[in-house]
Design a protein around this ligand. Structure first.
Ligand code: PRX
Length: 647
């Protein structure tokens, strides 16, 4: 091994589903015979009509079409619930841990079955049918999982909008999905503070031009909220009117399961569409092997169901495997920075999966908050969402895992549906900061900017050469944009948007986005979205946004703002602009730094040279490179002398 590595222990090699020999053999098979490998693996799901076709995929050039198990039919809710009832009816499916540590609930598979069936009957009673899009804007409460599974049970397509998004963002997503049914709560509760979800939904619906319809409201805090008769429905009233008999609908493997909006390099979020059979299979197999999940394990992923991690690794993967999944309403630091470890001890969590930003913030709070807990139940740790710096990795390993727990650093994306590059804990030695090696069926390649493949140890752009079952099939309503975004940069391959290095051992090290997407606290954000929000402020003429390295968040949001003629820069105006962006997009998009700039560096054809802005934001302006192509090179001097991130 070329770098510091943590070898697989004999104990792990012995107990894990996949050891080194199995990894080698299965990986080899999955690449040389994908039809055979996935054809067999697909049988882990319960099919209503078994498939006869396995893989029919092409990445172009030209047409892009991705189909798996095309002629099979199944139901996702039946796979996640009904098929476990005979053997696991009384086993806990979901452990819910409230924001307030004294509030919790356990839900068995039998209870989950009853609740999801009733929930589905409420949807049906209000006209929701197969193929309809249902928008879910909920906090981390069990009803979020019931709502997802209820949609799946009747073949409706859910579109979850993270509860931290603003009314405007919600409205855009309701309209884009042409959704006519919204599920929300009176309020959310996080870190002791309420989030006005119903109020936001009301505001969003006022702005919708296409979508809208009925609003089903979960009572969470019980505080009074406005209610519109004829449109708004209380979930508890509706549940009282229905029974628990709801047969699962037969759904085609390639029928849509959900839409999930994510940021790209343009201002408009993309509705990533996942379908039924391949997605569930991939979520299930990766959950079992990456987390080495065995019956009876208590598994906790700290993500929110508003992101893809919550979809695949809180709800669909663990439940498809008949597992016990913990769902946490709160935040890592409330009521204290010991909260994660208190919860681990309270429920004897065995597998714990979180994001580097949380690890870094808890590392900063001091080891005492960790070491006063036992954590004896922990066996495996995971990381997702952004590159983990080796220092945070080592701390996670040494302090949280007491050198006993392997760490799976899992690289994937909303578009990939499930984990693509990761160590398997019984098979692959870990190196701090590396996502290591591809999962079964995954064919990574590095290419230079011209698309030429790079062999051996190299650094370049990460593309994938072939499809895997969990891959997104299209962008909702915009297949051209799907093809353009992912398959046109390096024709014939799926371009991830990530930069990556491969070392002498063939290990992959993701270096971060190479497009205009930034990763702030593990949340993906298009710089163009923040720019669009800034220019809607009446005093702003122009804005350019870039990421810069941030100790806790991974990347921070740095905004260069040009004001309209006659407007005066001031600290108050900076604060107002930060508030404005939070209001337009949501608190996750809060600018960290605003710099007023009389002019932006543009080429003669008017293109903003972001490379220069990135360097200045990083305080690395001695290496600006060639500025001679700028229409007005003198703007750079002003930008440098007024830079806001002096190290
Ligand atoms: O840049 C990569 C980063 O997060 C991006 C995907 O973001 P999103 O679609 O929101 O999904 C996040 C959760 C799967 C990727 O393009 N990323 C994700 N995981 C890692 C990562 N970067 C480095 N290491 C990871 N383990």
């Amino acid at each position: 091994m070329s770098d510091k590595a943590y070898a697989v222990t004999p104990e792990w090699a012995g107990r894990a589903w996949i050891d080194d020999a199995k990894y080698q053999a299965l990986y080899e098979r999955s690449i040389s015979d994908p039809e055979g490998f996935w054809g067999e693996t697909g049988r882990r799901l319960d099919w209503i009509r078994p498939y006869t076709k396995v893989k029919d995929t092409t990445f172009g050039p030209g047409e892009v079409s991705i189909k798996w198990f095309e002629d099979g039919t199944l139901n996702v809710a039946a796979n996640c619930i009904d098929r476990h009832l005979a053997t696991k009816g009384d086993q806990v499916a979901i452990i819910w841990e409230g924001d307030d540590p004294s509030k919790d609930e356990t839900i068995t598979y039998s209870q989950l079955h009853e609740r999801v069936c009733k929930f589905a009957n409420v949807l049906k009673a209000h006209g929701v049918k197969k193929g309809d899009r249902v928008t879910i804007y909920l906090p981390m409460i069990p009803e979020a999982a019931y709502a997802m599974l209820a949609c799946a049970r009747i073949g409706a397509v859910h579109s979850i909008v993270f509860a931290g998004f603003s009314p405007d963002s919600l409205a855009g997503r309701i309209d884009d999905a042409d959704s006519h049914f919204v599920i929300t709560a009176d309020e959310g509760l996080r870190g002791g503070k309420t989030v006005p979800l119903k109020k936001n939904t009301d505001e969003a619906l006022e702005r919708c031009t296409k979508g809208g319809g009925k609003v089903l409201v979960v009572r969470r805090t019980g505080n009074p909220v406005p209610f519109k008769d004829g449109r708004d429905l209380w979930l508890h009233d509706e549940l009282a009117k229905v029974d628990a008999d709801c047969p699962p609908v037969e759904v085609g493997a390639e029928d849509p399961l959900f839409i999930l909006y994510t940021s790209g390099s343009t201002g408009k979020p993309k509705g990533v569409l996942h379908t039924t059979g391949g997605y569930l299979l991939y979520a299930s197999i990766t959950h079992q092997y990456v987390f080495d999940y065995h019956d009876g394990d208590i598994y906790w992923c700290t993500a929110d169901v508003g992101w893809v991690t919550g979809h695949s690794y809180i709800v669909y993967g663990p439940l498809a495997n008949g597992g016990t999944t913990l769902m946490f309403e709160g935040v890592p630091t409330y009521p204290s920075p010991s909260r994660f470890w208190d919860v681990v001890d309270k429920w004897s969590v065995n597998v714990f999966y979180t994001a580097p930003t949380a690890i870094r913030s808890l590392m900063g709070a001091g080891d005492d908050h960790v070491t006063k807990s036992s954590r004896a139940s922990l066996r495996l740790l995971g990381s997702v969402g952004e590159p983990i710096n080796p220092e945070a990795w080592e701390w996670y390993h040494r302090v949280v895992g007491e050198d006993r727990c392997p760490i799976v650093d899992t690289w994937w994306q909303t578009e990939t549906g499930g984990i693509l590059i990761t160590p398997l804990p019984g098979a692959i030695a870990q190196k701090p900061g590396s996502a290591t090696l591809p999962f079964f069926g995954v064919r990574p390649q590095l290419v230079d900017d011209k698309g030429t493949p790079l062999e051996g140890a190299a650094q370049g752009n990460l593309v994938l050469l072939d499809s895997w079952p969990g891959q997104a099939r299209t962008l909702y309503g915009d297949h051209d944009r799907f093809v353009q975004t992912y398959f046109s940069t390096y024709p014939g391959t799926y371009f991830t948007g990530d930069g990556c290095r491969r070392d002498e051992d063939g290990y992959y090290w993701i270096t971060g986005r190479v497009d205009d997407v930034i990763n702030v606290s593990g949340h993906r954000m298009g710089t163009a979205e923040v720019e669009s929000a800034l220019v809607t402020h009446p005093k702003v003429s122009e804005a350019a946004v870039v990421g810069y390295p941030h100790d806790l968040k991974g990347q921070g949001i740095y905004c260069y703002v040009t004001l309209n003629t006659g407007e005066e820069p001031s600290d108050d105006l900076k604060k107002e602009l930060v508030k404005h962006v939070r209001h337009e997009i949501g608190p996750i998009a809060s600018p960290d730094i605003v710099q007023f700039a009389p002019g932006l560096p543009k080429t003669r054809s008017g293109k903003i040279m972001r490379r220069i802005l990135r360097k200045i934001a990083e305080d690395e302006f001695s290496a600006l490179g060639d500025t001679s192509t700028l229409a007005d090179p003198s703007v750079v001097d002003d930008l440098i002398s007024n830079r806001q991130n002096r190290k």
